[in-house]
Design a protein around this ligand. Structure first.
Ligand code: F6R
Length: 235
């Protein structure tokens, strides 16, 4: 595991964008695994800027996102599809048909989990998976649990996750309590993993990178990934 310390969120975002841009330049039709949340906002803004300056070409890039809230349709402004469209996809020259998220509004969520796992497999697993981390060590929405979930599955969000995510909703009751997420096994199949974390995550990043590998700290599994990079910002 490579751990890179940078001084600021701006430096974190620029470095993460460098790594993603390098992946796209080396393999223009790469499969990027993407995340939502506050952490990657600066990274996406950097990628948008490079694309608008003609320095980066997303025309052949394919993407799969980690997760989606259950019960929200794609046009709901709290859905992760909406987040990805507004923060990245609508602003770069990507073919929307090549961008994929789990469908949180599917009538049969079990079937949706099977479909999404098969889709990620059929696309060849991500060349690079971008991750944020929850204060409880979650990656995707793999919350602390007795076991590492292997495949795409639905999950009951932890109280702390609902509370953390409520900052983006009008009231806490509006936060969906269930989500669909790639499993730890799905994430570990990515050829490279890049986890980005702000200063407020320093404690959990330390546990995840240097503590025991345990499903109680889901991100700790990344210690066993052959090509994992963590960027942690100092403020
Ligand atoms: C989002 C995701 C989550 C977030 C994590 C950190 O797609 O998978 O694991 O990365 O909750 O969220 P922020 O970046 O908002 O602190």
């Amino acid at each position: 595991m490579r751990i890179i310390h940078v001084d600021s969120y701006d430096q974190l975002s620029a470095l993460a964008a460098d790594i993603i841009a390098a992946q796209v330049i080396l393999k223009p039709d790469c499969l990027l695994g993407l995340a939502t949340g506050s952490s990657p906002l600066g990274t996406y803004a950097n990628l948008v800027e490079r694309c608008s300056q003609g320095r980066l070409d997303f025309s052949q890039v394919r993407t799969v996102n980690l997760d989606e809230y259950c019960g929200l349709t794609a046009d709901n402004d709290q859905s992760y599809r909406y987040f990805m469209d507004t923060n990245l996809f609508n602003k770069v020259n990507i073919d929307k048909a090549n961008t994929h998220l789990p469908d949180g509004s599917a009538p049969d969520m079990q079937a949706e989990c099977v479909r999404y796992e098969a889709l990620v497999e059929s696309l060849g697993w991500p060349d690079l998976q971008l991750l944020g981390i929850g204060h409880n060590g979650h990656i995707g929405f793999n919350e602390p649990a007795p076991d590492f979930p292997a495949q795409v599955h639905t999950v009951q969000l932890a109280e702390s996750t609902i509370k953390a995510n409520s900052r983006l909703f009008e009231k806490i009751e509006d936060v969906p309590t269930m989500a669909v997420t790639m499993g730890i096994g799905t994430i570990m199949k990515a050829r490279k993993v890049l986890l980005i974390a702000g200063a407020d995550k320093a404690e959990i990043v330390e546990k995840a990178c240097r503590g025991p590998v345990t499903p109680e700290v889901p991100a700790s599994i990344l210690q066993l990934h052959p090509d994992a990079t963590v960027i942690l910002s100092g403020k």
